[in-house]
Design a protein around this ligand. Structure first.
Ligand SMILES: Nc1ncnc2c1ncn2[C@@H]1O[C@H](COP(=O)(O)OP(=O)(O)OP(=O)(O)O)[C@@H](O)[C@H]1O
Length: 263
């Protein structure tokens, strides 16, 4: 049995804001299957925006629409079937096995009081395989390294079969090979993706579009090649960016400008 492709969701933010100036109104439209990278310095508002999209926060103003429907007007279970979140906070139930954690992704699709179906078992197995976790399936989650746990959280999101996947710094804890593998896998899911990233040099080849935040405001939104310029990087991060290829940079502090030594 193979897993059918998901129906990617269209995401629209209509002047969505939160927390008395923590996030000023942001508007954008992301077509089904597009991959959006959210960039910004520490405290710029990336996680806050993501929390609004996966319905953890209620907007102070504006609306988050999934396929044209306000997520706050949708049943919570329906949102859970359509939106998966991979967060920096991880489950604290360390005694659960890797397989059991990934199986939690099936919960929104199960009927009340019914156990896992053959299809649920297949989807979990498939998710474990795609993240190279089959050998870890029976290991207690608490015994895994940070990077292995991060891959388990991506596998759980995969098992959820979402139309929209929201990831908060998904490459955190991952070595360079797993960073590239996870980003390629997420990009290849066919779902719409919103991911906050810190490494600007991982954006190229992963994201279609970028949203850059600064001080809770949207500085720029659009295709990667148009948005990711040295000028924008200087305004968003306060560093000098030295281009060394398409959307690739070396960085230095402005007070090192005289020496021109890339960091
Ligand atoms: N519940 C809250 N109460 C008060 N302030 C908050 C709350 N949540 C976030 N903030 C503040 O809002 C700002 C944006 O936080 P957010 O976590 O969205 O930033 P971020 O861009 O994800 O940062 P980082 O890259 O450091 O993870 C920060 O100054 C943070 O302290």
């Amino acid at each position: 049995m193979s897993c059918p492709p998901e129906t990617a969701a269209e995401l629209t933010l209509e002047g969505v804001s939160w927390g008395d100036g923590i996030l000023h109104p942001v508007s954008l439209q992301l077509g089904a299957g597009r991959v959006l990278g959210v960039l910004g310095a520490n405290g710029a508002g990336k996680s806050t925006l993501l929390r609004l999209i996966y319905r953890f926060h209620t907007p102070q103003s504006g609306r988050v629409l999934l396929d044209g429907q306000d997520i706050h007007a949708m049943p919570a279970r329906r949102v859970a079937q359509r939106v998966a979140a991979v967060l920096q906070e991880q489950p604290t139930d360390f005694a659960l096995t890797v397989s059991e954690i990934v199986a939690l992704g099936r919960a929104p699709h199960r009927r009340a009081l019914s156990g896992p179906s053959a299809r649920d078992a297949h989807v979990v197995e498939h998710a474990l395989a795609r993240l190279s976790l089959l050998d870890f399936a029976q290991r207690p989650f608490g015994t895994l390294s940070g990077g292995e746990r991060q891959r388990v959280m991506v596998a759980r999101a995969l098992a959820q079969e979402p139309g929209l996947i929201v990831l908060d710094e998904p490459t955190n804890h991952l070595d360079i090979r797993h960073q590239l593998e996870v980003l390629r896998l997420v990009r290849g899911l066919g779902a719409t993706v919103v991911a906050s990233l810190h490494d600007l040099n991982l954006v190229q080849g992963f994201a279609d579009d970028l949203l850059v935040l600064q001080g809770g405001r949207a500085l720029a939104f659009g295709p990667v090649a148009r948005v990711l310029t040295p000028d924008l990087i200087a305004r968003a991060f306060g560093v000098r960016a030295h281009p060394r290829g398409p959307a690739r940079f070396d960085f230095s502090l402005f007070d090192e400008m005289q020496q021109e030594t890339p960091a």
